[in-house]
Design a protein around this ligand. Structure first.
Ligand SMILES: C[S@@+](CC[C@H](N)C(=O)[O-])C[C@H]1O[C@@H](n2cnc3c(N)ncnc32)[C@H](O)[C@@H]1O
Length: 493
């Protein structure tokens, strides 16, 4: 489907518009391709690169927040601004549109007290254009998207949904030279989760399989031996890649296409579950205050959600909004985990989420995900009988918060420049040194590369990602040991 934003007409240069001032989008990246040729990328990937000549780059530089659209038009309107022949007027009619998002026309500066609020608004419009719909897209939207709309894994995690584990899939400075999967396995070791050996390891929603591949590197061959690594994913094209990478890594692997909200597995059959960045993809329900108060859901799905709320005695608070999103899918998944885990079995669930309020939608190309309400999920986990621990992801992985990495938006832009140059460029979390090594002589031709501290919400919202560790009590006693001066002191727990 063509995104709705694509249908947008060029901006009419009315009297009103001409009076406005123009600001360049902050963080704009410009690539000097040749002595008289510069490239820019519109925000929407479906649009071709903007190629500018010297007049065009002068137009761009003139956009300084002081100048009005009228003056820009008078000065540059009739001149050809690039090798593609478009005039300054053509550019001025488009650059402020959400799909281009290269500049902003307004009476006031685009920043307000809430830093960057208007830029956010522009981006939001573009995101809504991507998803093709505003507001709630229905309870079945996410499962349908995964079952019907994803036909190939190629580029999916670069363009449709980038995950933390995808950004850190290769060894990187930001993770002390490790990959995400490897670091995860290290921290599972720290928790003692590899001893005794989990015979049945289930990875739910494994994406391309990088976490599996990298976790294998942390374990010695004898530690891996005897572990059955089983993938479960709703999206068939991803399973193929998961199998290939797991095989390459030496796992004894198998898998199935299924929805994790209904695990096709026997009771008490699984030792360890890895679920990385998948909960936000599970069924959301938009409930009304009236349904909760009356205990009567408008549909069977709503009734299921209302029944859960009552059964769990979920503390929803007194100021329930007239309508709100409830994470039904994650709750179903949790109940399924309780059923399929062996006594003593464990699960690690990682996803972005909130502790207060109601899950907000996160619009992504073609689909909308929903924040996880962790206070509710943790309450449900305890109600089911799990022992749970909860910690922000950067803290769990012990990531240095002040590590500076390339802005992800800049990475997408560089990828487009590279594609146009016939070079490959992977979307990852680059430090400055890593980017220099990757781009070589192309780097000095890029103006505007910018870096964020990993902790900065403007980078990837890493601090919003949380780790929920679950353990089903009742396993056999486990030997535990502490090490002092090279000696291991064993005890039974
Ligand atoms: C955002 S991706 C995360 C992929 C991978 N774990 C990573 O970290 O890059 C979500 C994954 O969960 C899968 N998925 C989404 N909804 C699911 C569901 N209801 N049941 C099983 N898998 C699901 C998707 O196909 C995809 O593999």
């Amino acid at each position: 489907m063509e995104p709705t934003a694509a249908l947008q007409e060029p901006l009419a240069m009315t009297e009103e518009v001409l009076k406005l001032r123009a600001w360049k989008m902050p963080d704009l990246l410009v690539y000097q391709r040749a002595s008289d040729e510069w490239w820019l990328t519109p925000l929407d990937d479906n649009l071709p690169l903007i190629r500018l000549n010297r007049v065009g780059i002068e137009l761009l530089l003139a956009i300084d927040g002081q100048i009005t659209v009228a003056v820009l038009l008078a000065k540059f309107g009739k001149w050809v601004c690039g090798p593609d022949g478009q005039t300054g007027q053509w550019h001025l009619e488009r650059w402020s549109l959400p799909r281009y998002s290269l500049c902003y026309y307004g009476a006031e500066p685009p920043t307000t007290n809430r830093h960057g609020a208007k830029w956010d608004l522009l981006l939001q419009q573009v995101r809504e254009g991507w998803s093709g719909a505003q507001g709630f897209e229905g309870e079945h939207h996410l499962s349908e998207f995964h079952l019907q709309d994803i036909t190939s894994h190629d580029g999916h995690f670069d363009t449709i949904e980038t995950t933390v584990s995808h950004l850190f899939r290769e060894p990187c400075e930001a993770l002390q030279g490790f990959t995400y999967g490897r670091l995860l396995a290290k921290h599972l070791r720290r928790l003692g989760w590899w001893t005794p050996k989990p015979r049945y390891l289930l990875e739910v929603g494994g994406g391309l399989g990088f976490v599996a591949r990298e976790m294998a590197k942390e374990l010695l061959p004898f530690e891996r031996r005897g572990i059955r690594y089983v993938f479960l994913d709703i999206t068939r094209p991803f399973l193929k890649s998961q199998f290939a990478l797991a095989q390459e890594a030496g796992w004894s692997r198998s898998g199935m296409q299924a929805n994790a909200e209904w695990l096709p597995l026997r009771d008490a059959s699984v030792d360890l579950v890895i679920d990385n960045e998948n909960l936000a993809d599970m069924t959301p329900v938009r409930l009304s205050r009236h349904e909760v108060a009356s205990g009567k859901g408008a549909t069977p799905l709503h009734q299921e959600a209302v029944d859960w709320i009552r059964r769990l005695r979920l503390p929803l608070g007194h100021d329930l909004p007239a309508e709100f999103i409830f994470n039904l899918g994650p709750l179903r998944f949790l109940a399924e985990l309780w059923r399929v885990l062996k006594p003593g079995g464990r699960a690690i669930l990682i996803e972005f989420g909130i502790e207060e309020g109601w899950p907000a939608p996160v619009k992504l190309p073609g689909h909308t995900e929903y924040e996880v309400q962790y206070t509710h999920l943790r309450h449900a986990a305890r109600w089911l009988g799990f022992q749970e621990q909860y910690v922000p992801l950067p803290q769990f992985l012990v990531i240095r918060p002040d590590t500076r990495v390339l802005c992800t938006g800049a990475a997408y832009t560089i990828q487009r420049f590279c594609q146009a140059e016939g070079k490959s460029f992977a979307i990852r979390a680059y430090t400055e040194a890593e980017l220099a090594k990757t781009l070589g002589e192309m780097l000095p031709k890029l103006v505007g590369c910018h870096y964020h501290e990993i902790i900065d919400p403007a980078w990837f919202g890493l601090w919003d990602f949380k780790v929920l560790l679950l353990e089903k009590p009742g396993g056999p006693p486990r030997p535990s040991y502490r090490e002092t001066k090279g000696f291991r002191w064993y005890s039974q727990k």
